[in-house]
Design a protein around this ligand. Structure first.
Ligand SMILES: Cc1cc2nc3c(=O)[nH]c(=O)nc-3n(C[C@H](O)[C@H](O)[C@H](O)COP(=O)(O)OP(=O)(O)OC[C@H]3O[C@@H](n4cnc5c(N)ncnc54)[C@H](O)[C@@H]3O)c2cc1C
Length: 419
């Protein structure tokens, strides 16, 4: 048996002939419509030609400017318009398309996908849904075209998992402006964003903070805005993540998302935004897990030990089967949640279940993939060490796995009508 197989002393990444997305077997494609699959194929071809060549340098230099270059290339090719409303020149596509987009980009690089995601998705999606027509025209158009960059600002020093209860940033109305004071932390794109979808207390004395929060479109050229620092992250090298402060920043009243009737109703916008954001983040985890799975599967087909290919040992072949099942289980939960959101259904528990499953499965898949590669998986000669560093955040940001499990069970009891 051993003579049938070549056992290169040194397997290089190129030896795998890895093609991104080759594990999208007919069983996976079958879940999507013909148009969705066409969108995926065209997008993947574009990413391979125009985006993938930028990735090694983004990673090596942790270059946000190159991430932006990738974002602008996507914009110039018209790839940022799909999720924006037709009324401003977009294509009006929903969450399923967003997840396809996120998966394909994340399969190649995480920093680009979060730069895109924070702007065209997390900043834009709640404004698409709740914004006034003027807000959509004025603020969404340049984001849709990739000219300007957006971010979302919820987290604060004492407002992490308890984002509402711990919120301290205030926005107090004075005439026709709101005066903003406070601090936000860990904001993706933060120091480089042109606009932040900012949540603040407009009624700090409301008996329940839930009834005192509003959402604003905050232009970062507002006097009093301070970029305190950018954090150095374990992974997603090339993305920007910032600590920001607001000192008596005056924002025009017309920047209140949804207009005057949405004052103190920001929680509705936040909850809508968080379900969509979490559904989108699942696609990043599926994309990363998919690449790790493909690399490990192909590596195990080449590497020989004890005169057998690794894949011929049950200890390895079972790992391959389990990785595949975890990857596709995550995809199914994500897709169900995305289709529910596209149909205007409440999907809080489905999104939560999808997010903690996709995040945990991704982490496990990446760790197993590294294990299958052995020593070389821990070096920079294969992208697995990068995928490993890029993975952990899935269990923390946009709701930790613990908080998502809490939300999920709460919704289950609600659905059972059990108090
Ligand atoms: C790279 C990165 C990007 C981010 N991007 C953004 C962004 O763009 N915008 C934004 O607003 N925020 C962003 N965040 C913030 C992120 O959403 C928060 O870090 C996250 O919600 C957790 O909050 P925390 O860090 O304060 O942790 P904490 O809330 O202090 O939690 C610490 C630990 O305690 C656990 N815990 C807390 N409460 C409970 C409970 N009730 N039951 C069980 N366990 C609990 C948590 O699960 C966690 O394990 C980002 C964070 C990072 C690291």
């Amino acid at each position: 048996m051993s003579s049938d197989y070549i056992n290169p002393d040194y397997i290089r990444y190129e030896d795998l002939d890895h093609v991104y997305g080759e594990s999208m077997f007919p069983g996976s494609l079958f879940l999507y419509t013909k148009e969705e699959n066409e969108f995926r194929t065209n997008l993947r071809n574009f990413i391979m030609d125009e985006i993938a060549p930028l990735v090694p340098e983004i990673e090596e230099k942790a270059s946000f400017d190159l991430c932006l270059e990738a974002y602008h290339r996507l914009g110039k090719a018209g790839y940022l318009t799909f999720s924006f409303p037709k009324s401003i020149g977009g294509q009006g596509k929903g969450y399923v398309y967003r997840t396809i987009f996120g998966e394909e980009l994340a399969a190649v690089n995480s920093a680009i996908v979060v730069t895109y995601g924070a702007s065209a998705n997390l900043f834009a999606a709640p404004i698409i849904h709740f914004g006034t027509e003027e807000q959509k025209k004025k603020f969404l158009k340049p984001i849709m075209n990739g000219e300007l960059l957006g971010a979302i600002g919820i987290t604060e020093p004492s407002a992490g998992s308890d984002a509402v209860g711990g919120m301290k940033t205030t926005a107090i109305k004075k005439g026709n402006v709101y005066v903003i004071n406070g601090e936000k932390r860990y904001i993706t794109n933060g120091s480089r964003a042109d606009y932040i979808l900012l949540y603040a207390l407009t009624d700090p004395n409301a008996p329940r903070k839930h009834n005192g929060i509003s959402a604003f479109i905050f232009p970062t050229d507002t006097p009093g805005f301070e970029r305190v620092k950018d954090y150095e992250l374990a992974g997603r090298r090339g993305s920007v993540n910032s600590q920001l402060r607001f000192h008596n920043c005056e924002v025009p009243a017309e920047n209140l998302v949804g207009g005057p009737e949405m004052e103190n109703k920001g929680i509705k916008i936040m909850m809508y935004g968080l379900d969509g954001e979490r559904c989108f983040t699942c696609s990043q985890y599926v994309g990363i897990a998919r690449t790790a799975f493909e690399i490990a599967t192909k590596f195990a087909n080449i590497r020989v030990q004890f005169k057998k290919r690794l894949r011929d040992f049950e200890g390895i072949s079972f790992k391959i089967a389990e990785m595949y099942a975890k990857l596709e289980a995550g995809r199914l939960l994500m897709l169900r949640a995305a289709r529910m959101l596209d149909n205007g259904l409440n999907a809080t528990k489905e999104v939560a279940a999808a997010k903690f499953t996709c995040a945990t499965n991704q982490m496990e898949i990446v760790v197993e993939a590294m294990q299958i590669l052995g020593g070389i998986g821990y070096t920079k000669e294969f992208p697995l060490e990068q995928l490993f560093r890029d993975s952990k955040i899935s269990q923390i940001s946009a709701g930790t796995v613990e908080i998502l499990k809490f939300l999920c069970q709460r919704e289950i009891y609600k659905a059972f009508n059990l108090k």
